[in-house]
Design a protein around this ligand. Structure first.
Ligand code: AMP
Ligand code: GLY
Length: 446
């Protein structure tokens, strides 16, 4: 069966998914709503927002879509899957993404914590606080050693987590959060024990019964080299992650992945789609930091190039619930992804800067994130502008290629982290003369 696929979203993740889907012999046609100039090179963009349910319906009907792939989390949390299932004209269309209840795994940190407790999945100790239970929140903080982790319960565009050194500050911030620091998202706050360790993102594709584990990745979340500065949506990614040994992977599968998928079934949640487990490796044991109900960004830009098998064939397995029959082969090479951002991100940054002709290199991939076409010219539109990925037998070599290409990406105030993957190169690499420098800037108007 051939697929007429509608993919929703507009970031680097969606370009990477579209790029991979477009390679499938099973693809008849790909539409992306709304997409970006990168997705337009592998499919047809349509100006419908990922959260515009009615617009997506019209698009699906007009183009006889037979598979909907949801990129970002917001439409899932808002119930897009249930909405499609409840509409007789759409209910025959399989959707890659969980129903509203499944999406609560990301949409509510309190829901996710209760889920993990109920199903005995390793995670940090926690308590959930509302204005009515503030005293209990203070008491929980009094019993914890520093630092303190405060999380807005709801979606906060990746900004809802505070890690605070002093207990008094934590109590102050707890009150600010409950009073609306992150809007309605922090009307409830999850206080968590701090887990020391190294983070890794695991990606699972499931049809509700069977699952495949996609390549894992490390995300570089802080804006500055050496993990300094503000948290961002992600400044780079590397896959595979060296500390994910066969033994660690087995623990992840036994202690996290299987209990999670079993727990979803036991709770009556028919979860079909991607599940992203953000894990902390605490002295060799995996703990769940968070679940997301979609692929990661920029991890997808490192993960998709390492998937040797046909992504659309795997999604067909999700749609038909025979995922166990599908091959899911992984390229052994290392992928290094570096995100070129607009200077100032994640705080205020400029937009609509012309992007000089992109480097055209056979040895790397350029995924568009925050780009747009303005009067026929490619310009910057978002904070994260482009993601550069290359594959090589080891991280050091992939870094060299990725950074050579990133250095050739030119727009005003372009910035990228120079140390992505450096910590994963044994022995410490000296192959990048400016590694560790905090910023790379082009002259204005370059
Ligand atoms: P999240 O939005 O849940 O991914 O949290 C953002 C970041 O905060 C994570 O990527 C971790 O680096 C950090 N973090 C969250 N929870 C914890 C925790 N319990 N212990 C240590 N670090 C945490
Ligand atoms: N890179 C982390 C995320 O997509 O949430």
């Amino acid at each position: 069966m051939k697929y007429r696929v509608l993919l929703t979203g507009s970031g680097g993740r969606e370009h990477a998914l579209a790029w991979k889907l477009a390679q499938s012999p099973r693809l008849e046609k790909l539409w992306i709503a709304p997409g970006n100039p990168g997705t337009a090179t592998v499919g047809e963009n349509v100006p419908v927002a990922a959260t515009d349910f009615e617009g997506l319906k019209q698009l699906a009907l007009a183009n006889q879509i037979n598979l909907l792939v949801v990129g970002p989390e917001d439409p899932l949390v808002a119930g897009l899957v249930d909405w499609f299932a409840a509409d007789p004209s759409l209910s025959h269309i399989p959707v890659i993404g969980p129903c509203r209840r499944g999406a609560q795994m990301e949409g509510s940190k309190d829901f996710a914590k209760q889920f993990m407790q109920r199903h005995r999945i390793p995670t940090a100790r926690h308590t959930t606080v509302t204005p009515a239970t503030l005293a209990a929140g203070d008491a929980f903080l009094d019993a914890l050693p520093a630092p303190y982790v405060l999380k807005a319960d709801g979606l906060a565009a990746g900004k809802g987590v505070l890690i605070i050194e002093s207990r008094d500050d934590a109590k102050r911030q707890l009150r600010h959060m409950l009073q609306g620091l992150f809007g309605a998202a922090s009307a409830k706050v999850v206080i968590e024990e701090f887990l020391p360790g190294a983070e890794v993102s695991f990606f699972i594709l499931t049809d509700g019964q069977h699952y495949k584990i996609l390549p894992e990745a490390k995300d570089y979340k802080r804006v500055g080299a050496g993990d300094t500065g503000l948290n961002t949506g992600g400044m780079g990614a590397v896959s595979p992650v060296p500390f994910v040994t066969p033994e660690f992977r087995q623990k992840v599968e036994r202690q996290i992945i299987r209990p999670t998928l079993r727990g979803l079934r036991q709770d009556g949640i028919d979860y079909r789609g991607f599940l992203f487990a953000g894990l902390m490796n605490v002295a060799g044991n995996p703990f769940v930091i968070e679940y997301n109900v979609r692929m990661g960004d920029p991890e997808t830009e490192a993960v998709m190039p390492r998937l040797a098998s046909d992504l659309l064939d795997l999604l067909d397995g999700v749609a038909r619930r025979n995922l166990h029959e599908k091959p899911c082969a992984i390229v052994p090479d290392a992928a290094v992804t570096v995100v070129c951002v607009s200077g100032g991100y994640p705080e205020a940054f400029g937009r609509n800067y012309p992007i000089a002709p992109l480097p055209d290199r056979a040895d790397c991939l350029l995924f568009h994130a925050g780009t747009a076409i303005d009067n026929g010219a490619l310009v910057t539109r978002g904070g994260r502008v482009l993601a550069v990925t290359s594959l090589a037998p080891d991280v050091a070599e992939a870094r060299e290629t990725t950074y050579a290409a990133a250095a050739a990406v030119r727009f005003r105030d372009v910035y990228y982290r120079t140390d992505v993957g450096l910590d994963l190169c044994p022995p410490p690499a000296d192959n990048l003369p400016d590694a560790g420098q905090p910023a790379t800037h082009c002259p204005p108007n370059a």
